[in-house]
Design a protein around this ligand. Structure first.
Ligand SMILES: Nc1ncnc2c1ncn2[C@@H]1O[C@H](COP(=O)(O)OP(=O)(O)OP(=O)(O)O)[C@@H](O)[C@H]1O
Length: 652
């Protein structure tokens, strides 16, 4: 915006105007002091322009002095006094003119200041507008700067990426070139080596050539000698060919001989296999003739407390060739109080005295074991009161698990497995291949327990096993659900098996024996055989059963849990007797299912083709005489049974 005209004008006045203002101001200052009436100023005025001066004479610098002094005059001095008054009037006029002049100057000065102020205001607005513009510019410049900074950073990144790419490419190229260089160097070295080798071989060939030339000349002379010796050799070859043809004739004769002998061997082997089959049949005929339920009696030696009453032994073994008799005498008081003795004679298939060895016992049993291998179901029981030697007969002494145990003390189970192994190895030569699978269970309080399961009982004796139930498999065979089946792949495996079973077996103390087994244990071995040469097959089962103590309730002194155990044992033993009796009578219904034991053994017990052997074990002590009598009477009942005819069980 342009400044107003007045302002322009005054600017043109420039510094001279301002100077005038300054002078006026100083004059004003002087005028301001007028009230003080400085005397010398009036005197100066009096001498200057006089009171009649015009108001327009403002260019002069008026100095107003003090008012003229009024001199004392006579009253009639009118002219003097007039003169004095005129001087005062003049002074007053001067003073008035000076004041007006000062007033004008002050107005001008005020006007100038106003113009200046307007000018300053105008300048200020212009400057503010300029500052706004400048700020806008600064903002837009800053934004531009930020944008360009971003752009620059982007470009920088791109350049860095490109640079990195270039570096990588450069590095790869450098590596490739290095590799190429190495290859070239290597092939150069190889070429150099080849060159050296070729030169060397060339040299050698040259030498060889020279040598060959020499040799050729030597050989030419040798050839002549050789041709003559060749003629001699040909004559010799003709002679040898004659000998060779003679020998070929001899070899042909020998081949014929070998063929006829192989034929004879095959015939003999076939004959052997037939004889093996015949042996099996004969063996089983013998077994059948012996009866398919047999009873052996075994008397254990006197031990510990028994030995005290050794003098009054109730058991005697009468001398006889068959070694099959035993006599038990019982002393009792008659009505008159007199002691009377009564003898009870018994006869079984075989009686073993207290001195009998495990060897002798097994010898009698081994034929039945062979029957199981031939495909028959076989059951061997040990029956008798607690402590009468059942476990000893079936397994051996307590520490049976020790593999280094004296073999002479081993019982029927380890010996049976050993015999089966020995026989399967022999039979393998005649084409038989067998698989053996074992299980070991106990029946305790009419419940089946798996003796081969990792842990049968918890700390408190609680049963932790899956439920073991008896069922018929698809081939109609009696099996136990969830039972642990162990592949008996070596004779030694049976030691482990018996040790685990012994650990798990339920043992509780009773009045009858310090260690008393309160459950039936049943070791079952399934034997499946197949003959690849004859196509025959067999499937036998061997059950070895160590029954729980058979003592009566009164003598076991049982109560509480022990009473329950004894009742369960007695019931199952009675069921066993019932089953055997029903079989002997030829009953249509056999009460197998009345106890877990008979149900489990259904397939192997009297089902027409089975073979059963019962060991009745008795203690020789007088204290056990009554229990021994009961055991021998039970065994006699069993012995009187004749059940069907054993038939071989074909494999499925
Ligand atoms: N023929 C024997 N020769 C040597 N020791 C024997 C004989 N028979 C049994 N014994 C010993 O007699 C003790 C009792 O035998 P065993 O444990 O075999 O009796 P058990 O009828 O199985 O008793 P339980 O019903 O408690 O199982 C054992 O120490 C055993 O070693």
């Amino acid at each position: 915006m342009p400044p107003p005209d007045s302002v322009k004008r005054r600017r043109i006045d420039g510094p001279s105007g301002l100077h005038a203002e300054a002078s006026l101001l100083s004059s004003k200052g002087a005028l301001g002091g007028q009230s003080a009436f400085p005397g010398p100023v009036v005197s100066a005025l009096g001498g200057g322009g006089g009171g009649g001066g015009s108001d327009d004479d403002d260019d002069d610098e008026d100095v107003v002095g003090p008012p003229p002094e009024l001199k004392p005059r006579l009253e009639n001095d009118v002219s003097g006094r007039l003169h004095d008054l005129e001087a005062v009037v003049a002074h007053m006029r001067l003073k008035n003119r000076t004041a007006r002049k000062a007033k004008r100057l002050l107005s001008v000065e005020l006007e100038q200041h106003e113009t200046k102020a307007a000018q300053h205001e105008y300048d200020t607005r212009i400057l503010e507008a300029k500052v706004d513009d400048a700020e806008k510019q600064v903002r837009s410049l800053k934004e531009a700067a930020v944008d360009s900074q971003k752009q620059l950073q982007n470009e920088k990144r791109q350049h860095e990426d490109e640079l990195e790419d270039i570096r990588r490419k450069h590095k790869r190229l450098a590596e490739e070139m290095g590799d190429e260089q190495l290859k070239l160097r290597k092939s150069l070295a190889e070429l150099n080596d080849a060159l050296v080798a070729t030169q060397a071989s060339l040299q050698a060939k040259r030498g060889e050539c020279t040598r060959l030339e020499a040799t050729i000349s030597t050989q030419a002379s040798d050839q002549v000698a050789l041709e003559s010796s060749c003629r001699g050799l040909r004559a010799k070859v003709e002679q040898l060919e004659d000998v060779l043809s003679e020998r070929e004739i001899r070899i042909a004769e020998l081949d014929e001989d070998v063929a006829s002998r192989s034929h004879t061997i095959e015939e003999l082997e076939a004959k052997l296999r037939k004889e093996e089959t015949l042996r099996r049949n004969l063996h089983n005929t013998i077994q059948e003739l012996k009866g398919n339920i047999r009873v052996f009696c075994r008397v254990r030696p006197l031990m510990g407390e028994d030995a005290d009453g050794a003098s009054a032994q109730p058991i005697k073994l009468p001398e006889c060739e068959e070694k099959n008799q035993i006599e038990l005498s019982q002393t009792s008081e008659n009505a008159l109080g007199r002691a009377t003795s009564k003898a009870f004679p018994f006869k079984f298939d075989r009686v073993f005295g207290s001195e009998s060895t495990q060897d002798a016992v097994f010898e009698e049993v081994s034929q039945l074991i062979q029957s199981a291998l031939d495909g028959y179901p076989v059951c061997i029981f040990a029956y008798g009161q607690t402590g009468s030697g059942k476990t000893h007969t079936m397994q051996g002494p307590d520490a049976i698990s020790a593999e280094d145990m004296d073999a002479a003390v081993l019982g029927i189970i380890p010996r049976a497995v050993k015999q089966i192994y020995a026989n399967t190895s022999k039979l393998a030569e005649r084409g038989w291949e067998y698989t053996l699978e074992g299980q070991f269970v106990e029946i305790y309080n009419e419940a089946i327990q798996d003796l081969l399961a990792p842990s049968v009982r918890g700390a408190a004796g609680s049963d932790k096993q899956a439920k073991l139930d008896i069922y018929q498999d698809s081939e109609g065979r009696t099996r136990v659900k969830n039972v642990t089946a162990v592949s008996v792949d070596s004779a030694e495996r049976v030691h482990w098996l018996l040790a685990r079973a012994a650990e798990n077996r339920t043992v509780a103390a009773t009045n009858c024996n310090e260690r008393s087994s309160r459950s039936h244990s049943v070791f079952t071995l399934y034997l499946r055989g197949r003959n690849s040469l004859t196509g025959e097959s067999s499937s036998g089962v061997l059950n070895l059963i160590d029954l729980a103590g058979s003592e009566r309730l009164s003598s076991s002194g049982s109560s509480g849990d022990r009473l329950k155990e004894t009742q369960a044992i007695n019931k199952s033993l009675a069921c066993l007797g019932d089953v055997i009796a029903a079989l002997a009578k030829g009953n249509r219904h056999i009460p197998y299912r009345n106890s877990k034991l008979t149900h489990l053994l259904q397939e192997s017990l009297g089902a027409g083709n089975s073979k059963t052997l019962m060991f009745v074990c008795v203690s020789p002590s007088a204290a056990s005489a009554q229990e021994s009598l009961c055991s021998l009477q039970f065994a006699t009942k069993v012995n009187s049974c004749q059940i069907g005819t054993a038939r071989r069980q074909p494999a499925s």
